[in-house]
Structure formats: structure tokens, C-alpha cells
Unconditional design. Structure first.
Length: 186
């Protein structure tokens, strides 16, 4: 299952996610993708309803569709452009909202959907050609998803997006599809 956290429906991040999913599909996986800008996902309100109530997150929005879909998924691909050295706002809202149902440390409504842990691939696209420029942030993000009980199988940074679209780089076609293929085999 792919999640595009870029505001651009057909941009570099969406392309990378699509190629990864294509590689997984070629190995027999059923695929589905979501574009966060098409969904109504509100930011966490810090109400502690997920911790104190009996229904999980109290916000009535499309995140509940995503919770249900994640329960059924074997693997996720979350893609985000890098803005100001970190994930997009859309990705951050999604990540914050995951804690309502996907972390036993934060929520008594933790679902056993992550036993065994759901596999996750993180993909960041950035304009700068230096893949290590934001490494401390990437490591931090990987750690957050591990705390949310995901099995992070890889964190990939697609660099140099200022120099042209990802779809025009032949090296990326093979690399992204290989990531998807390896996710099915893992």
C-alpha cells in the first residue's frame, strides 16, 4: 500500500511510490495507493480520546479509512518530499495520527495489526544532490516508525530533483522497482 504525502499528485514522490508498487505487483502483490491531498485528514488535536476513550481516535475524517486499510496491509510505502529539511506537512499529520492506533506505548487501542509487524519502506525526494544532508532527520524518522511498531525495511532518498523529473532518470526506474520487488520477498 502506497501513501503519497506530496501535494503533487503526479510529481517525483508519486512517481517513486508508483514504481515501487509496480515492482511489488510484478512479484504478485496486490497494490493500492492513497494521495493524502485527496483525503480529509485533520491534525491530531491532543484530546487524548484515543488514550482515554473506548473507540480509538475521536476525529471523524478519512484517517479511519486508512486505519482500516493498514490493518489489511502486509507492507506500506510512505513517500514524502523534503521541505525545510523534513517530511511534508501531509506526512507529519499522517504520522501523528498513527499513534492513536498503532503504538502500544501511546494507545490502549493498539490493534494487533502489527503482529507480525507491518513492513514499511520510507521514500524521501529532495532537490539537493547530497543524500546525507538530512541524515539525522531520516534516522529520527525511521526511529519514530519503529516506535510505532513498524518493521522499517528501508529508507531511500531520491536526490537531485532540481535537475529534472525522476521519471527521466533511467537508473531510478530499475532501483525503485527493485525496492518494491524486495519488499515482497522480505
Amino acid at each position: 500500500m502506497g501513501f503519497n504525502a506530496s501535494p503533487r499528485r503526479k510529481g517525483n514522490t508519486a512517481w517513486a511510490i508508483d514504481k515501487i508498487l509496480e515492482g511489488a505487483k510484478e512479484r504478485g502483490a496486490e497494490i493500492q495507493s492513497w494521495h493524502f491531498n485527496d483525503l480529509d485528514i485533520k491534525p491530531c488535536q491532543g484530546c487524548f480520546g484515543c488514550k482515554n476513550g473506548d473507540r480509538g481516535c475521536l476525529l471523524n475524517d478519512d484517517m479511519h479509512r486508512i486505519y482500516d486499510a493498514i490493518v489489511q496491509a502486509d507492507a506500506l510505502v510512505l513517500g514524502s518530499p523534503v521541505y525545510m529539511g523534513q517530511m511534508s506537512g501531509q506526512a507529519k499529520i499522517f504520522t501523528d495520527r498513527l499513534s492513536a492506533q498503532h503504538n502500544p506505548r501511546f494507545s490502549p487501542h493498539f490493534k494487533e495489526c502489527n503482529t507480525p509487524k507491518t513492513k514499511l519502506i520510507l521514500v524521501f525526494t529532495q532537490g539537493n544532490p547530497n543524500s546525507g544532508l538530512f541524515q539525522s532527520y531520516y534516522d529520527y524518522t525511521k526511529n519514530i516508525f519503529q516506535l510505532l511498531e513498524f518493521d522499517v525495511k528501508g529508507l531511500h532518498v531520491v536526490t537531485g530533483m532540481r535537475n529534472g523529473p525522476a521519471r527521466e532518470r533511467e537508473d531510478l526506474h530499475v532501483a525503485m522497482k527493485a525496492i518494491g520487488s524486495s519488499l515482497v520477498l522480505a
